[in-house]
Ligand binder design. Structure first.
Ligand code: PXP
Length: 247
């Protein structure tokens, strides 16, 4: 419970900027190295079906260059499973994916697809990957994630962050209460609890303060803030806030 809260830096949007011009820069591997220097504990990258940001070559390069553990985000498809089994990253996070969405909009519907997902994650676990399931803060999904044999659940903080940004503070506080209760519930089942999506300097403190949460995965805001502060400073400030929340 008193372990240091880990920060996984998601570098997808370094690749988004690169791909906007079809150039070789900015390089996600360089971003990962800076993230490590700035205090990240892991690097997260999402290989989407349409390869809109991270590409197969990025995953190869990250696996070859990284000293930090890679958290490979992927949809539950045969193609992604084969790629994960080839690289055997430290961690795999299973996320829902719709082609038309701008980002991962909701959590995975584990309860509805329990049987398929149990078979899907078994070889990943056998290969030594720590399997995490990205879900809404919903007891049905947490119980299902537990039943299929996941080691970790990552709780979706998107709704909490959206309510904050829209100034809907009562809704934000209800969502934070849900995250608080569900972090505790997941922990009571023996699941490791992570959280992420949409977190900023303004929303991170209460989530980082939840004692059961072991890891936050943060990307878009950090890469955006890097435009103004530089990537190193942007990550260091997030790290400082996380440590403050935990102190
Ligand atoms: N966690 C998961 C499972 C995600 O899919 C994402 C977005 O790729 C993040 C965390 C990071 O979200 P953001 O980029 O909004 O910080």
């Amino acid at each position: 419970m008193h372990d240091k809260l880990r920060l996984g830096v998601n570098i997808d949007h370094v690749a988004t900027v690169r791909n906007a011009r079809g150039s070789a820069y900015p390089d996600p591997v360089r971003a990962a190295r800076i993230a490590e220097e700035a205090g990240a504990d892991g690097i997260t990258a999402h290989l989407r079906e349409d390869r809109r940001h991270i590409t197969d070559a990025d995953i190869e390069a990250l696996m070859a260059a990284l000293t930090l553990p890679l958290n490979f985000e992927m949809a539950a498809t045969d193609e992604m499973q084969a790629i994960a089994l080839r690289h055997k990253p430290h961690a795999v996070c299973i996320v829902p994916e719709k082609r038309e969405e701008r980002t991962t909009e909701g959590g995975l519907e584990v309860a509805r697809e329990e049987n398929r997902l149990a078979h899907f994650i078994a070889p990943l676990r056998d290969a030594g990957c720590r399997v995490s399931i990205f879900i809404a803060a919903d007891p049905r999904q947490i119980e299902a994630a537990h039943r299929i044999g996941a080691e970790v659940v990552e709780l979706h903080t998107g709704a909490y962050c959206d309510f904050h940004a829209e100034g809907r503070l009562d809704d934000r506080d209800s969502e934070l209460q849900r995250l608080t209760d569900m972090a505790s519930f997941a922990h009571s089942l023996g699941l490791e609890v992570h959280a992420g999506h949409g977190l900023t300097y303004h929303t991170v403190l209460p989530v980082a303060a939840l004692p059961q949460v072991m890891e936050l995965n943060i990307g878009h805001f950090l890469i955006g803030e890097a435009i103004f502060l530089g990537l190193d400073a942007s990550i260091r400030e997030m790290r400082r806030l996380m440590d403050k929340a935990r102190a």
